[in-house]
Every structure is written in structure tokens, then in C-alpha cells.
Write a protein that binds this ligand. Structure first.
Ligand code: 5AD
Ligand code: SF4
Length: 481
């Protein structure tokens, strides 16, 4: 028997509403689990499948934290789970297609265990067309909630369990900033820390400003308290997260406290390594560059998405900079922080891109001397301005451009590796190598993957490694004192 939707409690997403921005000050509220929800999960298990970016990984840690506070424990397999949450990504069509396939596959588990609660969460849940399609053709999905209301999981699970209704609640506008959320962190010595949510850039190809809402920064007090606690618990590395961390604090004008200030304060908290992601070039200021230079715990690595090297395409993308001004900022960064490693994101096959535009991108890749890049073929996202642009480039040409771009990018990866040959680098040891138990694997300060022979007791420690072999994707070395 299929479940009904209680229309009084039905909130579907609306991309037009999601586009609107208010000047309202965002309130802070504190999460508290009510007594009624504390035992719902006893003797029950959950499983979360996470897709997409680090923002989703961090959200899944919050979902797991809430579920465990409700008494749930992690399931060993899908077979055993009482609750399965799909925390989804909407950034490109192929990411979504994979998730549609997975949703279909999970139907078999629901057939075997009709009490299983299957939830769709994350960025796809924020899309109108997705919710419509799930309601129509994926009857086995019991619960849909979005990125703005993770803190309401206890209510949703309760309703889905006891009233046997389908629960749909997606807010198109962000609500409050919710603090005091419990987290079940996946890693023992590396942690994600959200410093802000949402994005106000509205790059014309990007769905994120619609799925994640208005830009809003957490208070510095909350961020610092969270990181202090992580340091006390023995965490070695934190990654500060936001869609555009360089804009941190700009929505809290009363504080006059921006990203550079935050880096300086976080540097004093006893965490060995501080990283951050991701950035927008037009918000990257001198104060931030100088903080990276001056703070010994802030790592010499910067991911600075450029997207294209053609001024015409950058304008159509609404990126607010030119190839020349990007290279200026980049050079300023490299002068301020000598030796810093810079990586980027690039899209090929954007609707207005012709061969000349693409050659501008290749030229920029060479001039910028990136040490890595995530490269993508443009994907139409319904509701974004670029989805309506006429796209005349044949698919085959786009693939060719991606191939040529990757050749150039890989040469940069290799150059970036080779500069560490015969040098001693500091490696935070993550674990043993996937292919060989006797080899340890970890990342250097410049975010290079390093493999070397060593004892597993070094896992979680920072050790000196002398680099003996430099390959495109990794370095090999020997431990030294
Ligand atoms: N098509 C292709 N790539 C995209 N990205 C964002 N939206 C799209 C899209 N519609 C890429 C950008 C961004 C990265 C996270 O994903 O390069 O920086
Ligand atoms: Fe998307 Fe642009 Fe915001 Fe990045 S800065 S999340 S690409 S809109």
C-alpha cells in the first residue's frame, strides 16, 4: 500500500523563491533534542550515502550525530538498516543520474523490509523537478528534506515511522543558523568545520545559490569554540568550509571581522594544520594572503577556481573578473606566499565558448602554472540562467577540449610534484596505502599525496619524509628524522 502525503505538512521547493535574497539578519538558534525524540532509535540502525562536495560530507556527519543522539547506531549493511538517507549532489547532471540509479536499486530493500525508511536529502531535494519526479515515480521514498532543515530530522523520522505518511519538507529560503548540532565525525584527526553557508555569487551555470541559499557566516565565537574543542580532542587538521570562504564575515558587517582575521585567530588554537575551501577570486583580499603568509599553521595551498580563461565566457558566467585580473590576484598571492601551491576548477564547453575562447583557457593554465585542476564539461542545470543559453558546440568537440585541457593540467601536476624532489616534506600520515600494507600514505603541507615505508604506529602523526620519486599524482619518499 503506498503512503499518502499529508498536504498540510507538505513543503516543496521553489527555485524562484530560492533565487530571492533578503537583507534580514539571520538569527541563530540552538539545537536541542526533545525528550520525546531521545529513544526513537533504540535498537535501530541507520546508513547514510553521501555524494558530492565536502559540504555534504560535513552535513552527513551532522545527520549521523543527530541520529545517534536519538539512539540509532550505524548499520553494517543496507540489508540491516532501518533508516537509509541519500545525501545527494545536484552540481552536474551525471552526479544526479548516478543517484537516480541508486534510488531505483534501493527499491528492493524496501520491498523486503516495508518498515525501512528511505530518505532523500541534500541538494537534489532542493530542486523542484526532482521532488516532483520522486513523488510520482519513486513511491518507495518515504521522506524528503533539504539542506536548510537537517536539524528537524527527529520530527521527520518520528512522523515517517509512526504515522506512515510520506514526509516532504524542503525550505526554499534558508532559515536560521543552527548551532549546537551534534556531529559524528568520520575521521579521528582531520575535521570539517563550516564557517559559512550558502552563496550569493550566482554564477550563471551554478545551482548552488538555489540549493544552499543566501550567504551567511557563523559567528567567530561559535567557530573558535568548535575548533578549540577539536584541538582538545587531539585533532591535527581542520578544513574551514564554505562555498566562498573569502567572503566570510561580509554579511556580518557589524563585526568588521573577515576571513583573514579568522585565519589569524584559528592559528592560535593549537591545531597543527589549517586548510580551507573553496574560494572566489574576486573576494580574495590582501588581508587573507598576509594571514596565510604569517600563520605557521595555515597550509601553503590554495584552491582558486577560475572556470575559464576567456573574458567573453567569464562575463557570460557572471564571474566578476577577467583573465588579466585573475592572474594579477594570483601573482599577488604567489608573491605574498612564496612557494604556495595553487589548484583550480575549469569548465569547458560553456555555451558561448569557441575555439579561440578555449585557447585562452589553455593559455591561462600555462601562465597560472596550476599544480592541479578539477575539470568539467558544462552541464545544464534547470532553473539557472545558463540552462537557457543556446548551446551550439557539438558534444565531441567538448570532449576533445576536456582531453586537451587535461593534458595541460596534468603537466602542471607533474611540475608541482617535481619541485619537491630531494626535499624534505612534512606528512600527516592518514593510513596505509590502498595497495600495500607496509606503505604509509598521507598529505604534505602543499597537499601532495606522499607514500613511504613506515610503521602503522605513525598514523595520525606528522613526520618528515625525503622525496625520492616524483610522479604526476603522488610522491614517494623515505622517512627521515
Ligand atoms: N557544469 C559543469 N561544472 C559545474 N560546476 C558548477 N556548476 C557546473 C555546471 N553546471 C563546477 C565549477 C565549480 C565546481 C565545484 O563545479 O567548476 O567550481
Ligand atoms: Fe557556484 Fe559560483 Fe557560488 Fe561557486 S561561487 S558555488 S560556482 S555560484
Amino acid at each position: 500500500m503506498s503512503k499518502k502525503i499529508n498536504m498540510e505538512k507538505y513543503f516543496a521547493p521553489d527555485l524562484d523563491k530560492a533565487r530571492k535574497r533578503t537583507r534580514n539578519i539571520i538569527e541563530e538558534v540552538r539545537f536541542n533534542l526533545s525528550d520525546a525524540h531521545q529513544k526513537i532509535g533504540y535498537h535501530k540502525t541507520y546508513l547514510i550515502h553521501t555524494y558530492g562536495c565536502q559540504g555534504n560530507v560535513a552535513d552527513s556527519e551532522t545527520m549521523a550525530g543527530i541520529l545517534e543522539l536519538m539512539g540509532f547506531s550505524p548499520a553494517i549493511s543496507e540489508d540491516q538498516a532501518d533508516v537509509i538517507i541519500m545525501n545527494t549532489c545536484a552540481i552536474r547532471e551525471n552526479a544526479e543520474n548516478r543517484i537516480w540509479g541508486e534510488l531505483g536499486r534501493l527499491k528492493a530493500y524496501k520491498r523486503r523490509n516495508p518498515d525501512l525508511i528511505l530518505a532523500l536529502a541534500g541538494c537534489m531535494a532542493q530542486e523542484e523537478n526532482v521532488v516532483k519526479r520522486v513523488l510520482k515515480t519513486y513511491q518507495h521514498v518515504d521522506l524528503i528534506f533539504g539542506t536548510h532543515n537537517i536539524h528537524k530530522i527527529p520530527e521527520y523520522i518520528e512522523t515517517a515511522m509512526f504515522s506512515k505518511e510520506r514526509v516532504v519538507e524542503v525550505y526554499s529560503r534558508e532559515g536560521e543558523i543552527v548551532e549546537n548540532l551534534p556531529k559524528r565525525r568520520d575521521h579521528k584527526f582531520k575535521a570539517w568545520v563550516n564557517i559559512m553557508f550558502g552563496c550569493d555569487e550566482f554564477c550563471t551555470y551554478c545551482i548552488v545559490p538555489y540549493t544552499r541559499g543566501k550567504e551567511r557566516s557563523r559567528s567567530k565565537e561559535e567557530i573558535i569554540a568548535e575548533i578549540k574543542e577539536l584541538a582538545e580532542q587531539g585533532y591535527k587538521e581542520v578544513t574551514l568550509l564554505g562555498q566562498n570562504v573569502n567572503a566570510y564575515g561580509k554579511d556580518r558587517k557589524e563585526d568588521d571581522y573577515t576571513f583573514g582575521d579568522l585565519l589569524r585567530d584559528v592559528n592560535e588554537l593549537g591545531i597543527e594544520r589549517i586548510r580551507f575551501t573553496t574560494s572566489h577570486p574576486h573576494d580574495l583580499d590582501k588581508k587573507t594572503m598576509e594571514a596565510i603568509r604569517d600563520c605557521n599553521h595555515v597550509m601553503p595551498f590554495f584552491h582558486l577556481p577560475v572556470q575559464s580563461g576567456s573574458n567573453k565566457v567569464l562575463k557570460k558566467m557572471n564571474r566578476h573578473y577577467t583573465k588579466e585580473s585573475y592572474l594579477n590576484v594570483l601573482n599577488q598571492l604567489k608573491e605574498t606566499v612564496p612557494g604556495i601551491s595553487v589548484t583550480t576548477d575549469i569548465i569547458v564547453g560553456f555555451p558561448f565558448e569557441d575555439e579561440d575562447d578555449f585557447n585562452e583557457t589553455l593559455d591561462l593554465v600555462e601562465k597560472a602554472d596550476f599544480e592541479g585542476a578539477f575539470t568539467f564539461i558544462f552541464s545544464k542545470r534547470e532553473g539557472t540562467p545558463a540552462a537557457k543559453y543556446e548551446d551550439l558546440t557539438p558534444e565531441e568537440d567538448k570532449k576533445q577540449r576536456l582531453y586537451r585541457l587535461n593534458e595541460a593540467v596534468n603537466a602542471g601536476y607533474l611540475r608541482g610534484s617535481q619541485r619537491f624532489l630531494d626535499k624534505v616534506v612534512k606528512v600527516l600520515v592518514d593510513g596505509t596505502s590502498k595497495h600495500n600494507d607496509e606503505i604509509l600514505s598521507g598529505y604534505s603541507e602543499h597537499q601532495k599525496l606522499v607514500n613511504f615505508k613506515g610503521d602503522p604506529s605513525l598514523i595520525g602523526q606528522i613526520v618528515n619524509v625525503k622525496i625520492t620519486v616524483a610522479k604526476t599524482w603522488f610522491l614517494l619518499g623515505e622517512k627521515v628524522d
